[in-house]
Design a protein. Structure first.
Length: 276
């Protein structure tokens, strides 16, 4: 266990070690020195016995599937969020905790990390029903069985890997945020300010649209005029010189119209953006 005090707030992070598949060993330094892909898992749970059980399940899952995980345990939502970095594949979050409950912690987490898979842990299912508000993958009911854990954990890993394949990092004024292109509807530039229009919010930063265009071209994003890059999966309708993206109507410039329609037709005729 390590403890650090910043600005009067004590932050306790318990590194439970890297689980080496098929051996049962724990090597805390493996993540830093091995070339093998090691996934980071966070357990946010105030009860040590519950955290230990989850660690045991993750270790067992790693051995059965020959995957490697490094686990970090946080005893509160406040400790987890303090100095948060987008390094986790899965967060196992207890809902009922002192100081800050799991749902409030998850709301703050989503402001920092759109990609990490979130699984709630609770004594009562009703507490997890709001999970859709923070894009939780699923929830586990205490006492957690290994069978239920393995199913939900596998799903969480699958969702994370899918998101990672189509994600990128933004250096926002408030810190780094990693988002999935699947949740990004379009990017707008206005007076040297970039606006990333996500499904549930808008992120703002200084930048140049040309750089964003290069970054998102591999994901199939199309330029309808000098101000917008749109995600074709959210295009509802194209009529005249207007394209409806979600609920927003954007303008297609006259010089870009033919090229935009051709690129959109190619996107539809191809794989629908998958694998781009």
């Amino acid at each position: 266990m390590s403890a650090k005090r910043d600005n009067g707030i004590e932050r306790k992070a318990h590194t439970l070690g890297t689980i080496v598949a098929g051996t049962g060993e724990e090597r805390p330094d493996l993540f830093a020195h091995s070339e093998v892909s090691v996934l980071m898992i966070a357990i946010v749970e105030d009860e040590k016995t519950a955290a230990d059980k989850l660690q045991e399940y993750i270790k067992r899952y790693g051995e059965e599937t020959r995957q490697e995980f490094e686990i970090r345990w946080f005893q509160s939502g406040v400790a987890f969020l303090k100095g948060y970095s987008s390094i986790y594949a899965v967060v196992l979050m207890d809902i009922q905790m002192p100081e800050m409950n799991g749902m409030d912690t998850a709301v703050e987490l989503r402001k920092l990390d759109k990609n990490v898979s979130l699984v709630f842990i609770t004594n009562l299912a009703k507490y997890a029903l709001r999970g859709y508000e923070v894009d939780a993958v699923s929830y586990l009911l205490k006492p957690v069985s290994y069978f239920d854990f393995s199913l939900k954990f596998r799903k969480a890993l699958d969702v994370y890997r899918k998101n990672e394949e189509r994600s990128f990092t933004l250096n926002l004024p408030g810190g780094i945020c990693r988002i999935s292109t699947d949740s990004l509807m379009y990017v707008e530039i206005n007076r040297h300010r970039l606006y990333y229009h996500l499904v549930d919010e808008v992120l703002e930063m200084t930048g140049v649209l040309a750089n964003v265009e290069k970054q998102l071209s591999q994901y199939g994003f199309l330029k309808c005029n000098k101000c917008y890059l749109v995600n074709p999966k959210y295009i509802v309708r194209v009529q005249g010189h207007e394209v409806t993206v979600g609920n927003e109507v954007l303008q297609i410039s006259r010089p870009r119209r033919a090229g935009f329609l051709a690129e959109l037709a190619n996107w539809y005729a191809g794989s629908g953006g998958e694998g781009k």
